[in-house]
Design a protein around this ligand. Sequence first.
Ligand code: PMP
Length: 366
Amino acid sequence: GERGVYNFAAGPATLPLAVLQKAQAELVDYRGSGMSIMEMSHRGKEFDAAIKKAEADLRTLLSVPDTHEVLFLQGGASTQFSAVPLNLCASPASPADYLVSGSWSDKAFKEAKKFSAASLAWSGKDGKYTALPPPAAIAQNPDAAFLHICSNETIHGVEFKDYPVPANKHALLVADMSSNFCSKPVDVSKFGVIYAGAQKNVGPSGVTIAIVRRDLLGKAQPNTPVMLDYKTHADNASLYNTPPCFAIYICGLVFEDLLAQGGLAEVERKNQHKAGVLYDAIDASAGYFVCPVEKPVRSLMNVPFTMAKGADLEKKFIAEAAKENMLQLKGHRSVGGVRASIYNAMPLSGVEKLVAFMKDFQARNP
Ligand code: PMP
């Protein structure tokens, strides 16, 4: 790659070189201020302009309607596992529906049980998280406060292509979009809450973005910590306390870069092409490489695969790939195997190099 390596990490993950170079050029003296943006007051004019521009550009990218707030939060997507039920369920006795399609939605479900009467609308566990349910198989409770999904399971590589229609009385769908945020256009109006840790597609770790329908604000459970109440952050334009200024600034640079690429429709087109090249190579390997995920729900972002000849050969594959400067291909410790995360900032050349290596490796290790 442009930096000598291709980084296939699942997150924190590769960022566009142009963004890093811009941040580097502005690091010591931010736009003539004589200070770095990380040294400035979060209430000063420079940061105020940066966070407003970041929000405006994100709104443009995702066509976020005026009905929804954009919040820049902390605590990672994991904190949202608690914040969602605390904000959307009237009490810990209120029902909520969770669709569990992998490790992340399972974590969200387990946390939600502390703050709601969360129930399992569907689980992919028996199928080792390789599929998603047809709409009729989702056991929805009409009294549920919301239906929660993970739009892309980072570990298992399962991605919703269409979203389930919530059958609860508020028609509320909530999505953890951490690992496919800003990878394609999304109809935000269909969601009550979208949340995403930034560190896969849009920036460094430290900032979590939440997009929240305004009519849901101000209804949090009475014991909700002030920092977890969406209203706190909505009322204060994400400046209730000191925000992760540097991370928000970098996200702003990424949003500018995505807009300059032509927006999310163009980004999706590139992502489809990249993922297609990799899945085609796996499927054309005569069973040497195996992606267990059902074809219609294969992720464009995280491509997990195993090797039919076993874990020792997988180890060798990962080690040899690293020697050829293709890094971080090890599957998540919970599932093993290989995983290539190919977020927005992974160039096509990285996927092509990986595919060429796979063919060569197979020829050398029949
Ligand atoms: N949800 C998904 C889909 C994720 O991939 C991750 C992180 N890998 C998380 C939640 C947890 O995010 P964080 O580390 O920001 O808390």
